[in-house]
Design a protein around this ligand. Sequence first.
Ligand SMILES: Nc1ncnc2c1ncn2[C@@H]1O[C@H](COP(=O)(O)OP(=O)(O)OP(=O)(O)O)[C@@H](O)[C@H]1O
Length: 437
Amino acid sequence: MSELSKNNFKSLGLPRWLVDSLMAMKITQPTQIQKACIPPILKGGDCIGGAKTGSGKTIAFAAPMLTKWSEDPSGMFGVVLTPTRELAMQIAEQFTALGSSMNIRVSIVVGGESIVSQALELQRRPHFIIATPGRLAHHILNSGEDTVSGLKRAKFLVLDEADSLLTKTFANDLNVCVGALPPKNRRQTLLFTATITDQVRALQDAPDQENKPPLYCYEVESVDKVAVPSTLRTEYILVPEHVKEAYLYQLLTCEEYKDSSAIVFVNRTMAAEIMRRTLRALDIRVASLHSQMPQQERTNSLQRFRANAARVLIATDVASRGLDIPVVELVVNYDIPSDPDVYIHRSGRTARAGRRGDAISFITQRDISRIEAIESRINKKMQECTKVHDTAVIRKSLNKVTKAKREALMAMEKENFGERRKIQRKKNNTDQKSLRA
Ligand SMILES: Nc1ncnc2c1ncn2[C@@H]1O[C@H](COP(=O)(O)OP(=O)(O)OP(=O)(O)O)[C@@H](O)[C@H]1O
């Protein structure tokens, strides 16, 4: 098929109803990854789809799956696994929206929600299950044959954020999930990520004992060696460790960003909580998202941020992958991640679908080697951010920021926050490690 004739979804082989659904979402022209993946998936192939953050990978797998399902819309059809609960909910929303005219049934199977109501929902035979591996594995092992028997007839398995799912963290649960599905030669397997790792590639090269053609591997835009979107501006600020909070406050309230929607990434849950309280005391509309929060709070926080009731989201890496919130204009790496791929995913929460966005990294003396590793991974040098440079201004805000932080710490101590966190962590552990996700 020539490049020109791939310029709309119909010519890629999608049916009218789905083209209409996409059009209702104002999606009319396929992106590169969609052009590359949809036709071979429709032909029955497996696929490794690698493309930058925000390039439309979800529709690249959802559209061909929905197309094939609509030809025989009965029973369990596909399973999508993804590393976080919020991402599972987001993908389920996309499937539901795209398939709404076809009475689609989509079930979300994630940790932190009622096991019993999920089991009942699974018994009603959804067409698609969007799950985190831990909770789906739990149902497979504990919920009885009538709950999970439908999995044996699934035609598709998707590993979204495949590189993350193929790490040790998920190995046991993933094995349980894959073991409950038809063998490789009787299903299609689709792997998608913005950061293809050797573990993902290895699946393509693995000897094929089941007589299935090898996985197609699309590394879209591989000619362009820069691993982040071209619309993403990458900058850094050199910050002395003891005034990081004051710099953050200045950045979030400076002329350019005072009304912007921003995600601030920190490396620890405790830091996220301190930061949320500090910024709230400084009159910034703020929410937080981390793994030690009860699920209902996680969902509420994200909803508030999506609806712009909160302008700033303080998050750990539970929010670094996949979340699609188009209004986000700024990502701050308040703490620098040790893995350069994590930087790519975090920064990819902005500059999505061709929009502009900024990723600003706070660099202390200790972070220099991490920054070098990131620059070499993304093949791009960060520019110095000049929006917060006036030391007098920093000095001026330092007092009030320090006071706000001190009050936040005192309130947390009074509420026994550290203790509550321990209890929550213990609860999460006893909910057992297989419910991790
Ligand atoms: N063909 C298209 N035209 C315009 N917008 C699109 C198109 N395809 C997808 N989008 C929109 O682009 C945004 C990003 O898509 P998506 O979340 O699938 O990105 P992704 O590649 O999975 O990113 P990540 O690697 O961060 O998970 C979504 O809001 C989606 O609706």
